[in-house]
Design a protein. Structure first.
Ligand SMILES: [Zn+2]
Length: 262
């Protein structure tokens, strides 16, 4: 069972508000967090997403390609997943399981360090990430994930460890997945990943501006909203603008979640 949750800061991105909400807020800039989530369980440590590729600190163009010029990530040495884990006296080798919600560049940058972990990803997502359509190719960087790693390919919904469930939530990408977590004391949280960029996305069912399939994204938002209501869970979106994000998860979430931000 899950005993404790850490939200690990992985840097920030500046983007146009219309990326968060399709067709709305064009020309308005937003600064949003990038996050990873660490779950301590009695079967080992589980990391959800691996953040930005720290090689970009020294070689942005070689790491991120031309994208580094249009969308500049704001990261520091501290945001390197290895440094966040070190604060908890952990090394990537201590992480038994990694979950990639999807293979976009801001969620897989640290995959290369988890050579001893099982890495869970939807089969559809991995296939797509290897051969993306041209319109979506800039969000996928094979140098982030095409390494000799122990990928475990999942098809649809699945329980992978006691209290940790993968939920198929496609739309933002071809094979996106979210993570439903039940803690040993009964508290529950949905880690939505990019299926829900913000709380408003779920409340009003507004898909992101960058989607593989907008219709499926709407269905996935409805699935998350329904599940949240049925189970009385908290829900953590991936890229809520910074002015609300950390404040809300620390002050509005069910206190029995035993959650800390580092
Ligand atoms: Zn994404």
């Amino acid at each position: 069972m899950v005993k404790k949750i850490w939200v690990l800061k992985a840097g920030e991105l500046d983007l146009d508000r219309s990326i968060l909400f399709v067709g709305r807020g064009c020309g308005i800039k937003e600064r949003v967090p990038i996050t990873m989530v660490l779950l301590e369980t009695d079967q080992g440590f589980v990391l959800v997403d691996t953040g930005m590729n720290p090689n970009g600190l020294r070689d942005p163009e070689g790491t991120w390609g031309p994208r580094a010029k249009d969308l500049i990530p704001l990261i520091t040495e501290e945001d390197d997943v290895r440094n966040r884990l070190e604060k908890l006296n952990l090394h990537p080798y201590d992480i038994s399981h990694v979950i990639n919600t999807h293979m976009h560049w801001d969620h897989t940058g640290g995959n290369q360090f988890f050579t001893k972990s099982k890495i869970y990803v939807q089969r559809t997502e991995y296939r797509y990430a290897m051969y993306p359509d041209p319109f979506y190719a800039a969000s996928y960087m094979k140098n982030h994930y095409a390494h000799d790693l122990d990928y475990v390919f999942i098809d649809g919904d699945s329980e992978i460890l006691d209290g940790i469930y993968l939920l198929s939530t496609p739309g933002h990408t071809a094979g996106h997945q979210s993570v439903f977590v039940t803690m040993e004391n009964g508290a529950k949280i949905i880690i939505a990943g990019d299926a829900a960029y913000t709380w408003e996305s779920v409340e009003k069912i507004i898909p992101p501006g960058n989607c593989y399939d907008m219709g499926r994204s709407v269905l996935s938002l409805q699935k998350l909203k329904t599940l949240q209501k049925l189970t009385g869970s908290d829900l953590m979106p991936s890229h809520e603008p910074n002015h609300e994000f950390y404040h809300k998860i620390l002050h509005s979430f069910n206190q029995s979640l035993n959650l800390q931000v580092i």
